[in-house]
Each structure stands twice: as C-alpha cells, then as structure tokens.
Design a protein around this ligand. Structure first.
Ligand SMILES: Cc1ncc(C[n+]2csc(CCOP(=O)(O)OP(=O)(O)O)c2C)c(N)n1
Ligand SMILES: [Mg+2]
Length: 793
C-alpha cells in the first residue's frame, strides 16, 4: 500500500471538493442560460492545481488572483458554495456575498479584512484574499506590494511587535494569473520588480493555452512563459526567481511542486513562479460564447482526455487503489451538495425581492384603479424579478396616482423613500472610508508660529514634516524613484534615508505602475506607504492601477478592505510638454474613491500629509513643482498640524468677483487680483485646496452671494477641472441663482505646454489673461467705469 489511511482520506476529500466545485461551474452556467444570472465565468479545468496550492496557503498569507480561483477559495474555507452562488446572482447583502455584496460579477473573490467599524482585523489569524478586479494582470502590482510588506516586516526590527499584521514577515503573497494575461506590461514590470526586491511572491500561471479564443502563439515568445522568463531563474551566484513547471492534471506532482515552492518562497524570501501547464477549460471562457467555435476537434478531444478531474479519478483508481464505486458515491454526494447550495442561495437572494414585491402589489391592489392594477399585473408576471422591478412598479404607480390624495399614494411614497436609502446602501456606500478614521474626521490642528519660527525654503517644511512622521510611526514608509539616497529630486526626504534606514526611505526602479501597486499591497497589509510618482506627467503610467484597483477597493468590497496610502507627486507649471502638465480633469474623473489634494504651497502640503497619515483613506497629494524653493515660515508643530479636507481658504477678500482656483494658479491669480485692485476691481480669491472632496461647507456659495460673479481658473484643458468646479458650485451649491454675469472659466490651452518661459506664458493662464477676463466682466457691468481695453475710439 503506497498511501496511508489518512492520506487516502485527504485525497478523497480533495477529489470531492474538485467535483463539487466543477458541479458549481456547470450549474452556474445553466443559471445564466435560464436568465437567473447575467453572466458567468468559472474555474472549471483549474480545480486540482488550486487544491494543491491551498495546501501551502497558511494563516496570515495573502492572495491576489483572478476569476478562475473558485476552487482555491473553497479549499481555504474563505468561500462557501452558497456565497459563490450569491455572487453569481448579485445578492446585495454582505453576509450573502462577503467579497463584494453583489457589486462584482461572479468569480471576483475577497475576504473581509476589516471589521464592521472599518478597523483591520488580526490579519495573521486569517487567510486573506485581496479583492479581485477584472482587468487582466491588474492584480500584479498589488501582489508585489503584499509580498514587499513581508520583506519589511522581516527585516525591519521596529515592526517585530506588529504581530496582528505579520509574524516576522513569514507570509507569502500568492498570485494567480492566466497564461494570456502574462502579455500585459504590468505582469513583466511586477515580475522584474519582485526579482529585484527579492520578496516572497509566489505567482502561479494557470496555462490553458488560450486567452478567450486566441491561442498561445499569439501571446507568448516561445509559446511558454516559463521558457520566455528563464533568464530570471536564480543561479548559485545570482539572485532571481525560482521557476517551476508542472502539469495541471497531475495531482501528486502539483502537491510536490507547491511544497517545494512554499519552502523556497517562505523561508528564503525568493520569488517563485509556478507555471502550471496543460490546463483545460471544459465550458469555454465564459457564458458569452462557445469554445467549439475556435478550438479544433483535436484540441477539444485533448482537453476531454486531460481534464484534471478525470485524470485525478483515474489516478485514484489506478494508484491509490480506491474502488470506482466508492468514487462514484463521492461524486454523487458532491454534486448533490452543490445543487442544494444553489437552491439555498437562490431562495435567500429572492427573499427580499419577493417581500418587497408583495408589499407593493398589495398597495397597488388597494387602489382599485384599472391602470394601476395593470402595473401590478405586470410586476407579478415578471420572470426572475429583481429590485429594480419593484422600484419601477412603485414609481409607475406613484405617477398614476399623482392627482389623488389616496393612502396608497402616501404608502408608495414612503416605500420609495425608504427604498432609495436602502438602495443607496446597497449600491453606493463605502466609496470612501466610513470609519472613525475617515480623513474627514481627523482633528484639525492649526499651525503654530512663534518668534522662533524660521523662514525656510518650502522643501524644508516638507522635509521636517516627513522627518516627524517617520519618527512618530514605524509603519510609515516612503519610496519612489530617487526618493532614497538623494531624498527625492526636490529633497523633501533629504538625509532621511540616512536617519531612518533604507527600509523606510527607499529608491525604486522606474516603474510607476508597480510603485503604486507596491503601496496598495503594503497598505492593505497595514503599513502606511507614501509612494512617489516623480512628476505628475508620469502619473498616467500608474493611472490604470490607481483607477481600477485603489480607487474602488473600499467600494468594491463594500468596506471589506482598505489601502490607506498616499501618492505623492508634483505638478502644474514648470517646463515643457512633460514637466508642466496639470491633467486634473483626467484625475478627477478616474479616481473617485481617492481624495485629491492640491496644496498651493509646502506648508499646506505638509498639513495634508499630517491629516492623511492619521486617517484611513487614500489620497493623491500634488505639490507645486515651482514651489520648493519659495520661502515659507515653518510651523513649530510641523509634524502635528493638520489641514482639513474640503475646506477652501479665502486668500483675499473682495466684493466684485469671486475667483476660484487652486495649486500653482493661486499665485497667478493673486498677482492679477493685486493689479485688478489698482483698476478698481475687488476680487475675492478662493483656494479650494482639495478637489475631492470639494468645498463641503459651501464657502464659495457664500462668496458668490456677495459678489454675484464667479470665475473658475486652473491650468487644465478647457472643460477639465474648471468645468468640474463650475458644476459643483453652480449646480450642487445652487450658486446660479445669485449670478449677475455669465460664469467663466480660465484654463490652459488644449495642447500640452510649450517649453521655456514663453512656452509657459502662452500655454497656461497668465496674470494678464486673468486680469483681462475679470476686467471684461466688469466692463460688461459698467463700461464707463471700466472702459473696454481694446476699444476702437
Ligand atoms: C485589460 C483587459 N483586456 C481585456 C479583457 C477581456 N478579457 C477577459 S479574460 C481575457 C482572456 C484572459 O486569458 P488568460 O489570461 O489566459 O486567462 P483564462 O481566462 O484563459 O484563464 C480577456 C481578453 C480584460 N478583462 N482586461
Ligand atoms: Mg488562458
């Protein structure tokens, strides 16, 4: 007998799970075709490898994976069969679908790392999966960060006591990715960075030879990612990766491979790549198409032959020597269990919907109005009704009863009002932190100045702020291009690597996307990263990761996960096409879920760092490129004072025109305001300070009530951030009612800024332009007092 009794039991339990998971995939597909779910993507064909991987996934470990990983999630007991079906139906209840509360399509897994108060749980006592996202390979940057955290926890003695987050950095960050997705740039960027950093990242490639319909030869050099990456293989003298290959249907080899991979990764902190080949996709890519269209008969026959469950069954019979009848019984029981779970999940999903349907149909029935009864009939006839059907019926009913004062109208109204709240909670909550540590709740501490306060270069205010932060909180780290040795290109961290060590203040390679990912992963694990993107112009390299991953992490997990990191960058005017950009509209429109802070000087910036480092929200802080050498008075409490978010500052009080601006434009506008004053025009200049959130107490509205004229000035393209500010003030704050003149925007040109002083002057708003545009508003009011500057007399 080759296998002990206990081992045989384990093998059979693994087999049972694989079969149950497969059955869940088969049922899932049917549910979509019956119209009970909108779309389905499943983990069939990948079951056995995932079970093998789960054997080495321990408490405290982390996963960043993709939509094929259902079996793994079942195997680590972080997904029940009911929860799996609940997500397929989009059940908007966090108990039913803890990964996303119905916000994500099926196959997107996540564990709840936060408690109900939004505080981190003891991560080392849990098996943790970061929240999946759909863009291929987009899990890679975050994966790198989660692995990087282990390195810091192991190597930095100051972190030894944070045993809720890590036990000596022993945790592995497990990644999974499809073969075709390895073509993405961010895959290569993350692989290279992991090799450089030497972090415990174990990436498994589920290779089924296809990416939807496209075969391997279109994706990968040499048609094999492990061959293509063989130069990364470590040697006796050079650090690198350990690269292992194994077949996806070979249970025993998979178990052995993962045991080996774990040892190297966990003990030595060497990144490991496990290339799992010869996987299949029995049902094709997703419910959106059939693979018979693009796979040859031979390929389909090969897949049937190499199905991992079929192979495992054969192996159990031939090598483990279990009778086929016993296996048949296990299969039957597993399939039955999956069917029962589907049943339970569907009933649970329908309960609220049916309850509401009953309530509405009762109200509608009591009206005895023929048209309303028709609406009721339609509602009751709906096949597979969802919440929107109830809301629609109630709204139609309300419309039909608009002329009555009936009790039913009042009841519909009450139901709809409540439903609006409930549906807000279901579909729109948790974009930002709702915990006690929300950035909006950080205590405001004013900067303190005394006779000892010195006047210094702006960069020195920042440096002092970072120095205090690093001294205060060992979880705070800073990294980016040139941040370490020289303390960033503008010396905000000058000397701080020497003082706090290379693990706290660190240089990175030139790789904006994974710099951000490094921050996201580390922040998920409880560290407090300040990740630097050297210039705002290069922010675009990281924008996808910021938008798809960081901005929606808290939202897509409905408050189950957070990554309180700061993206530090510098922008606005300096020189030329790639060192003077201010693509703020792009940022505002793609990063809801991250606070966007635009300090006009380094003192305000320091105040924002102090605020954000005490909160659990993520933020982008954009410093003014041309402000590092300007003189500022350093607050005595430079590490303690905070600047509140969403609170504009009135830089100059005035009565004729309100000019709303931010960042480097503040100086330009202030210069113009000075000149306008000489011409008899009094400007109120408002620095909004933060664009997200925007003026939460409606300071600008108060100003417009006084001046009746408003200008929005910024450096972005026309229709960019200036349009955003205008919408906020005119529509959201209702300022339109107080206007006596057309509101205007003053913006940069549509093109990128040209080089040198003249390029800047003619590409970006300049003081003369601001003067003339504001003056023209006053000329319209009173052409005698303010004669047209360009009039032809
Ligand atoms: C950035 C991006 N481009 C395209 C898609 C659409 N898409 C979803 S899965 C997929 C194929 C992925 O193939 P592979 O990585 O081999 O994983 P598999 O589904 O085969 O397991 C594509 C193109 C996407 N989700 N994201
Ligand atoms: Mg594939």
């Amino acid at each position: 007998m080759k296998f002990s009794q206990t081992r045989v039991k384990e093998i059979l339990a693994d087999f049972r799970l694989a079969v149950e998971s497969r059955e869940a995939s088969l049922i899932g597909r049917k549910e979509v075709f019956m119209g009970k779910a909108k779309f389905g993507i499943f983990g069939d064909g990948k079951e056995v490898a995932q079970i093998a991987m789960s054997k080495v996934f321990r408490l405290g470990d982390f996963r960043a994976g993709y939509y094929r990983d259902q079996t793994f999630m079942f195997a680590i007991n972080e997904l029940t069969m009911e929860q799996y079906f609940a997500q397929l139906y989009a059940h908007p209840d966090v108990e039913a679908d803890p990964a996303s509360a119905g916000r994500q399509m099926n196959g997107h897994y996540a564990t709840r790392m936060l408690d109900d108060q939004g505080k981190l749980k003891v991560l080392t006592e849990n098996k943790n999966s970061s929240g999946d996202i759909s863009p291929t390979a987009a899990q890679m940057p975050r994966l790198l960060g989660m692995a990087y955290a282990s390195k810091l926890f192991r190597q930095n003695p100051l972190l030894k006591d944070f045993t809720n987050l890590s036990i000596n950095g022993n945790e592995i960050a497990f990644g999974t990715i499809g073969n075709a997705s390895t073509s993405e740039g961010m895959f290569f960027e993350a692989i290279n960075a992991a090799g450089v950093l030497q972090v415990p990242m174990m990436i498994s490639i589920w290779d089924d030879d296809y990416g939807i319909s496209v075969p391997q030869e279109y994706h990968t050099t040499k048609s094999s990612i492990s061959k293509a990456l063989s130069g990364f293989q470590r040697t006796a003298t050079e650090k690198g990766f350990e690269i292992l290959t194994v077949k996806g249907w070979d249970y025993q080899a998979l178990i052995d491979t993962y045991v080996k991979a774990e040892k190297i990764c966990r003990e030595e902190h060497v990144p490991v790549l496990v290339h799992v080949q010869e996987m299949t996709q029995p049902q094709g890519h997703s419910t959106s198409g059939s693979h018979e269209r693009y796979k040859s008969k031979e390929r389909l026959a090969w897949e049937a032959e190499h199905d991992c469950i079929r192979k495992m069954r054969e192996w159990i019979i031939n090598d483990v020597l279990v009778l086929p009848e016993e296996i048949d019984a296990i299969e039957k029981e597993a399939k039955q269990a999956a069917r029962q779970s589907r049943e339970n999940a569907w009933k649970a999903f329908m309960k609220d919907i049916k309850d509401d349907q009953r309530t509405i149909s009762d109200i509608l029935q009591r009206t005895n109005d023929e048209e309303v009864l028709q609406v009721r009939q339609e509602l009751l006839k709906t096949i597979n009704p969802v919440h929107l059907d109830n809301v629609k019926a109630a709204k139609k009913g309300l419309r039909l009863l608009r002329d009555t004062n009936s009790e039913e109208r009042a009841q519909l109204m009450a139901w709809l009002t409540n439903a609006a709240d409930v549906n807000y909670q279901r579909y729109s909550s948790h974009l930002y932190s709702e915990s006690d540590e929300s950035a909006l709740k950080v205590e405001v501490v004013a900067p303190a100045y005394s006779d000892h306060s010195t006047i210094v270069d702006g960069r020195e205010v920042l440096r002092a702020c970072f120095d205090a932060a690093l001294a205060r909180d060992p979880l705070i780290i800073a990294f980016g291009e040139d941040v370490g040795k020289i303390g960033d290109v503008n010396q905000g961290f000058a000397g701080l690597q020497e003082k706090y060590g290379e693990l706290r203040v660190t240089d990175t390679g030139i790789r904006e996307c994974t710099i951000v990912g490094q921050g996201i992963g580390a922040a998920i694990r409880g560290l407090r990263p300040i990740a630097e993107i050297q210039y705002l112009d290069y922010f675009i390299y990281a924008l996808q990761t910021l938008s798809d991953d960081l901005a929606c992490l808290h939202y897509r997990t409905r408050g189950g996960q957070k990554a309180p990191m700061i993206i530090r960058t510098r922008g606005h005017r300096l020189e030329g096409v790639w060192h003077a950009g201010s693509p703020i509209g792009m940022i505002l429109h793609s990063l809801r879920g991250i606070y966007i802070l635009v300090p006009r000087n380094m003192t305000q910036a320091a105040g924002f760092y102090n605020t954000m480092l005490r909160s659990d929200d993520p933020a982008v802080i954009i410093e003014c490129l041309n402000g590092y050498r300007m003189k500022e008075r350093k607050p005595d409490n430079v590490g303690e004072f905070t600047v509140p978010l969403g609170v504009p500052e009135i830089l100059r009080v005035g009565t004729d025109v309100t000019v709303v601006t931010y960042g480097a434009m503040c100086r330009v506008v202030m210069e113009s305001a000075e000149e306008l004053e000489k011409a008899g025009i009094s400007c109120e200049v408002i620095d909004v300070q933060t664009l997200l959130p925007f003026d939460i107490h409606h300071t600008i509205l108060d100003s417009v009530k006084k001046t009746s004229r408003v200008v929005f000035a910024d450096e972005d393209v026309p229709g960019g951030a200036s349009a955003f500010m205008m919408q906020k003030v005119l529509e959201e704050q209702h300022a339109y009612q107080y206007l006596d003149a057309q509101p205007i925007t003053i913006t940069g040109k549509e093109h990128r800024p040209a080089y040198a002083s003249d390029g800047d002057y003619f590409s970006k708003p300049n003081p003369e332009e601001v003067f003339e545009k504001v003056y023209a508003m006053m000329n319209e009011l009173d052409p005698i007092q303010f004669p047209d500057l360009y009039r032809k007399d």
